[in-house]
Design a protein around this ligand. Sequence first.
Ligand SMILES: [Zn+2]
Length: 511
Amino acid sequence: MKKVLSVVLCFALILCAASPALADGGCDCGFSPVIYVGPLGCSSIVRDAGTENEQQLWKIDTKFLLSNLGGVLPDLTKALLTRDADLLGDALVRFVNACFGDLALNSEGNSKANVTTPELNVPAGDRHGPDSDYYFDYDFRLDPFEHADRLHEFIEQVKALTGHNSVKLKCSSMGGVVLSAYLEKYGHDGIDVIICRCCPLKGTAVAGEAFCGKIELNSTSLTRYGEDAIPFLETGFADDFIEGTLYALLDTLKAAGVVDGLCALGDKLIKDAGDKVYREALIPVFGTLPGIWSFVPEEYFDDAVEFMNLPSEGGLHDKVFAYRNAMADIEENLAAARDDGVKICVICGYNVQRTPLVTLWKSTSDGTVDTKYASLGATCADVKEPLDDDYINAMRSRDYLSPDNMIDASTCALPENTWFVRDWLHCNGNAGIDELFNLVMTSDEVNISSFEKFPQFLEADDDADTVYPVTGAPDEAARFRNSPTFLNFIRFLFSVLKRITENSVFDILFK
Ligand SMILES: [Zn+2]
């Protein structure tokens, strides 16, 4: 039924597009429509849709996850208690395959026929404006160029519906992958604004390292990851008290060595069970998804091809390799768009601890995407650290240096169009950043000097749901003064304790 409807709708759109009234008149509102290109997981993936066996595989529902977990829980528990790596490996393989096995693509890079995305959006209605967008979603597993083809049709449909000759593309996270493929194949004609929000334009280290088998648990990164995530918890009641308590608990466990012990145990099990889990679950499932391959940064790619046993020919191979060109050309494609008058805003987070499972845990990020990859080449200090004095002293100009000395944006592909937000968790909603996007979409000139309230380096304040210009190094005392919550008090307290354990009393008092 949906198919019939969409065919009818397509014909209706073609007729509309061809009608002289629209071609002549169009819309004179002055604001071309916004297409929001969603992140990974923007659409659900379903097995046996429309039958009594229908099962949502992504976003996976809790009941399905728990029922599969139930099946392996006894073995998993036994394996952890007895530290039996073989049993652990078996249980994990069964679990991953039961939950995600049907997501795997075949050697041509196509989905199983009974695994589909039955509810993909088709543009409808002519409502457009700063508060209204058309949502483009897609099956994240597939070849990004398939999405680019669909986006091309989608853009034509939106133009026809609204009577505008151009659209704005606002891309979130993996939406940047779709954008990269689109610009590579179709160029930037008919696009007047491009926003990249936390996009892995050059990949993300977690995918690169995971696809090279570089998995490692690290207690410092695990603790910091928890610390950075806690302020964004929504527990429903007594948020502040629960967050503050969790923070204190986590840091106490770290100080007591408990986190280190757990990580060492986990690391040993990963080492012993890892081969089997990769061979029998991760490679046969995730290694077949061009969408996940699109996250692998250039410097990891050759090793990943070998480690993940990517076929040396066939459709899957070709799709994975075709996207490498889109990733390699993204700087050039965006610069060409800018030179033709397309307004561009690339915005990314920094100073958030990244996923604590990989060896590259010091890479500053928004928790998911590394700042250097999202910003197209910023020079970044390690997370929570400033750049070396030597580096800063050798800089010819400090025009693009962040006031906290953590980021040098002069090495970005588009330094005049790239913003950085300290402590901004990956794609977290923030009214201040939305205000910047509105300015980007409505102003004649868009660069880091265009908006007084939004210089190149901003700091996210999640409590106040806004951003402020960065003026100096992160300061837990100032954070507590500005927003005197229990959580911020605990953060301040532990920052002092950490300094005491790391420095002499003299340093604390006089530095
Ligand atoms: Zn209009």
